[in-house]
Design a protein around this ligand. Sequence first.
Ligand SMILES: [Cu+2]
Length: 148
Amino acid sequence: MTFMVVRKKWLVLGIVCIIIATGLYFFSPSPTETTMSNQAEQNEFEINLVTGEFKTTTEDGKEIEAYRWDPGTIFVPKGEKVKLSIFGVNGKEHPFIIEGTDVSGTVQKGKETVLHLQFEKEGVYRLICTTHATIADNGPMIGYIVVQ
Ligand SMILES: [Cu+2]
């Protein structure tokens, strides 16, 4: 009689353990997935730019202005994944290219433009707003991406 009670206890305990283990397996977040998505974000070097504007009036009353990328020079590690975020503050719209690459896009006021880049070659790449590329066009709106 005592022997049966002991066996029954072990059987109940075993079933409880199996239920708990099954619950943990199905309801816990997968550790592999979490680690991988965290790594992807960590490996991407993030750089933030905004569009800005310099504006003044000359002594003879002439208004002059220049649109800018801010910061105007950024440093990017060669071969690494880079997330470039550009937020449009000044200026309605800035269509741009990155010289020497096939990267292009547009930054609009109040909106964030996100680029995922990876430069394999060292050098200085110019981020050029095609609307404001020169002084005569209210620029030069040119940023320098230094890959090293
Ligand atoms: Cu522009």
